[in-house]
Design a protein around this ligand. Structure first.
Ligand SMILES: Cc1cc2nc3c(=O)[nH]c(=O)nc-3n(C[C@H](O)[C@H](O)[C@H](O)COP(=O)(O)OP(=O)(O)OC[C@H]3O[C@@H](n4cnc5c(N)ncnc54)[C@H](O)[C@@H]3O)c2cc1C
Length: 265
């Protein structure tokens, strides 16, 4: 098995087996590789890097580009399902139109399409020791949040908030009986995550030890981070809070923005 750090420079080429419109704004792509070790560094809910070909680029040309380390557009995604016996994984892509290389690639993908794959990394919150779990995600982080919920102990108690584009974007999640899931339909695309922030701020903060798993649009994540860490004094070790994309910025710009925030700029 190749170390993930090295693989981020040397992605494997994987091909599309099936494309399925999971919900109105989510496309599920099933990837396959004859060598399952390509996928098996991490697992369900872990993130991976996708290296995206240009529209109409041939497999030969793309393979040569990767081999000479001429980096194409690279985007971050999450593994939803893994079927090692079949050499397959599923990744769910938010369809936000053709304004980004990953979304455009996904909505145009068909069986036989290809891209580069590096990862996947392990699930972020994999140690569970809370009295109450608080989970929140927009559609970009739905996979990670769903995988986290499905990994919780079966007697876990908590609340989950998902912001979706339409009521039909709701998904089935195998949640513990004590975890209440709230599906919030966005009513303002210019303020992604606003419904989640309002719901978390309006609820009674749970008593006992709380662990969070919050991810989605950057402004949403920032508001939730301030609220949980500063107003509710949540210990950092119990907080997984992450910006997955930023309204108006492409992924590389968002990463630069995150670095400048971390450096206190
Ligand atoms: C750890 C991690 C895991 C992730 N897992 C997933 C996943 O499994 N599925 C998934 O769909 N996304 C996931 N994302 C988010 C994804 O990486 C970003 O949405 C990425 O910007 C998409 O790339 P793009 O090429 O489509 O758009 P970009 O070229 O990055 O951006 C183009 C434009 O689209 C806007 N945009 C980007 N994402 C969205 C969105 N979700 N909704 C509306 N507008 C958007 C940008 O603000 C920009 O204006 C993950 C991000 C991280 C950090």
């Amino acid at each position: 098995m190749k170390p993930t750090a090295r693989r981020a420079q040397n992605p494997d080429i994987v091909s599309v087996n099936r494309v399925h419109r999971l919900t109105p704004n989510m496309v599920r792509i099933t990837f396959s590789s004859e060598d399952m070790s390509v996928f098996s560094d991490g697992g369900v809910g872990g993130y991976c890097k996708l290296f995206l070909p240009q529209p109409d680029q041939t497999l030969t040309d793309f393979t040569a580009q990767i081999a000479r380390k001429d980096r194409p557009a690279v985007r971050t995604y999450t593994v939803r399902n893994s079927r090692p016996d079949l050499g397959e994984i599923d990744i769910d892509f938010v369809d936000h139109g053709d304004n980004g290389p990953a979304s455009a690639w996904a909505i145009n993908a068909t069986a036989g399409s290809f891209c580069g794959f590096a990862g996947a990394n392990p699930l972020k919150r994999a140690s569970f020791s809370a009295d109450h779990y608080l989970i929140a995600a927009d559609m970009s982080a739905l996979t990670m949040a769903a995988a986290t919920i499905e990994a919780l102990p079966r007697d876990a108690v908590g609340s989950a908030f998902f912001e979706i584009e339409t009521a039909a974007d709701k998904q089935d999640i195998d949640a513990p009986a004590g975890l209440e899931i709230h599906w919030l339909v966005s009513d303002n695309p210019a303020c992604p995550g606003a419904k989640i922030v309002a719901a978390i701020e309006e609820m009674d903060w749970p008593t006992g030890r709380v662990q969070t798993c919050f991810a989605g649009e950057s402004t949403m994540a920032r508001s939730l981070r301030l609220y949980a860490l500063k107003e509710k004094n949540l210990p950092r070790e119990d907080a997984y809070i992450s910006g997955y994309w930023k309204f108006g910025l492409v992924e590389d710009e968002h990463k630069a923005f995150k670095r400048s925030e971390a450096n206190g700029a």
